[in-house]
Design a protein around this ligand. Structure first.
Ligand code: ADP
Ligand code: ZN
Length: 524
């Protein structure tokens, strides 16, 4: 049977979706592959179909027993012989499954990574014809990922033990650059074809706003979209209670969800939302897993989440029906501090050894920085997200606030030189706000104490509005003219590019909104 016949006969589908066919063809041509697709895109078919076409056995490595059971169950139902080998089997069942496997009954065998190097399994694998090893949830091999599984590190060793090297295919939904590089290296993929697709959600409009009155902005938005269903994500339970309380007081049909509520209240509120008895949900990130409400028209973030992965997952709950929907993040500089505190006090990390905990902390701060850049960039927001996930965007999507805003390109070399000069003159010792206050010439007690009032750049940019100064600073940080350290107090430092600006070798230009921080056509 060819791949189309298999798709139809066993899986009941008429055509492939997204990158499925590309990945299948690459595997069949004998090439290692890494497939990066969001959850629900259909990764399993990409290895299950080749598994049925290759001579020999495909081993699928999967991290969760429940996942294996589900998959094997549905394959068996479709008339495909498959089995799983993991700790849920009794020793007797395990031996029996292995002996059937030896007889060649199963073209597809799911196995837990911890089993691979056990003598019994290794003996089987060495004497069988293993044509492919498919690694599901491949990000588990990376300590950068959210679900590191040490067992995944043994996969490459296992493959080296086999008499003939099988094709190795790896699949994941998380693919930042670090995770992707780890997968390629730690799974020892050979000349792999890397395919990353399907992260774009064209019907979603993205915007970042920095209103002075956040609640007012949220309320204004909801008023303009009355009758629509939406989610307001907050950073803390306290915020959820406040925002939800205010919305109800102001006459909106809102309900709430967070981990501090009783099971009973959570269940009830969730149902009220799903059945549109309360079409507005105010919630922490605890809300949303497994909820498939198709008519959510907007997701507002009352504060910046801790990383792009979380943001995109939460924002992605809007517009499941494919109709236009909006994702608006209300950002304030305070969010960075709140998130830093979350990271510093992350209780999950307390159980790690100090070295790993430090690594995880650094990784989380790095992700937070990239999230912060999203809130500051004047470039296409969709493009920023897609690039974060390793996909190539177009630089212009036409459906985000930045693409719709009118910009002018401004030369800011002089201001850049003054800010960089200020950082240099103070010995790279202070944070963003001190630098901005200095060039602005703020006569504060703090600056006097730091002797920044004596800095040669003190007051040099007093005529530039404060928000412009912040935009320029963000631009310098975003483009590596300056950088910040990751300590609990973040300090502005020079980079290689700083010197180029100071000595006049480089001019600095940036896109600036003509009418800053307002969405066109929306009064506030
Ligand atoms: P992932 O592992 O990427 O999260 P799955 O492999 O579980 O996704 O597939 C998600 C759903 O999409 C499943 O119900 C699957 O049967 C369905 N699906 C996969 N490929 C196709 C296709 N070509 N056409 C229609 N439905 C598909
Ligand atoms: Zn855009």
């Amino acid at each position: 049977m060819n791949k189309y016949e298999i798709l139809k006969t066993y899986f009941g589908y008429d055509s492939f979706r997204g990158a499925q066919e590309i990945l299948i063809d690459q595997i069949l041509s004998g090439r290692d592959v890494l497939g990066i697709m969001p959850t629900g895109a259909g990764k399993s078919l990409c290895y299950q179909i080749p598994a049925l076409m290759l001579d020999g056995i495909t081993l699928v490595i999967s991290p969760l027993i429940s996942l294996m059971k589900d998959q094997v169950g549905s394959l068996n139902q479709a008339g495909i012989h498959a089995a799983y080998l993991n700790s849920s089997l009794t020793p007797g069942q395990y031996r029996k499954a292995l002996s059937y496997a030896r007889q060649g009954r199963y073209p597809i065998i799911y196995v837990a990574p911890e089993r691979l190097l056990t003598p019994e399994f290794l003996d089987f694998a060495r004497n069988a014809r293993i044509s492919m090893v498919a690694v599901d949830e491949a990000h588990c091999v990376s300590q950068w990922g959210q679900d590191f599984r040490p067992g995944y590190l043994r996969i490459a060793d296992f493959i080296r033990e086999l008499p003939a090297r099988p094709v190795v295919s790896a699949f994941t939904a998380t693919a930042t650059r670090e995770v992707r590089d780890d997968i390629l290296e730690l799974l020892d993929l050979r000349d792999p074809a890397v395919t990353s697709t399907g992260f774009d959600r064209g019907n979603l409009y993205f915007a970042v706003e920095t209103p002075r009155d956040r609640y007012g902005a949220v309320k204004g938005y909801i008023e303009e979209h009355s009758g629509e269903s939406g989610i307001v994500y907050c950073l803390t339970r306290k915020q959820v209670d406040e925002v939800c309380g205010h919305l109800i007081r102001d006459g909106f049909p809102a309900t709430r969800y967070h981990a501090g509520l009783s099971d009973e209240e959570r269940r009830k509120n969730q149902e009220d939302f799903i059945y549109d008895r309360a079409p507005l949900m105010v919630a922490t990130n605890a809300f949303g897993m497994g909820i498939d409400k198709s008519n959510v028209r907007f997701v507002l973030h009352y504060g910046m989440p801790k990383n792009i992965e979380s943001y995109y997952q939460e924002a992605g709950r809007a517009g499941r029906d494919g109709e236009p929907a909006e994702c608006i993040l209300y950002y304030s500089g305070q969010d960075v501090i709140t998130n830093r505190l979350f990271i510093e006090n992350n209780r999950d990390n307390l159980e790690l050894d100090p070295e790993t905990a430090e690594l995880v902390r650094g990784r989380d701060l790095d992700r937070l920085k990239k999230m912060t850049f999203y809130c500051c960039t004047n470039e296409c927001l969709r493009d920023y997200i897609l690039r974060y996930f390793g996909e190539y965007g177009s630089n212009y999507c036409g459906n985000c606030a930045n693409c719709r805003k009118e910009f002018e390109t401004a030369e800011v070399t002089e201001a850049a030189r003054i800010m960089i000069g200020c950082v240099k003159a103070c010995g790279q010792r202070y944070g963003i706000n001190v630098i901005l206050d200095t060039v602005r010439g703020a006569e504060t007690e703090k600056l006097r104490q730091y002797r920044m009032t004596e800095n040669p750049c003190f007051g040099s940019l007093s005529r530039v509005p404060a928000y412009r100064l912040r935009q320029i600073m963000n631009h310098l940080l975003l483009n590596g003219y300056l950088e910040t350290t990751d300590g609990s107090y973040s300090v502005v430092k020079l980079t290689e590019r700083s010197e180029d600006v100071l000595c006049g070798a480089e001019t600095v230009t940036m896109k600036m909104a003509k009418e800053p921080e307002r969405r066109p056509g929306k009064a506030r």
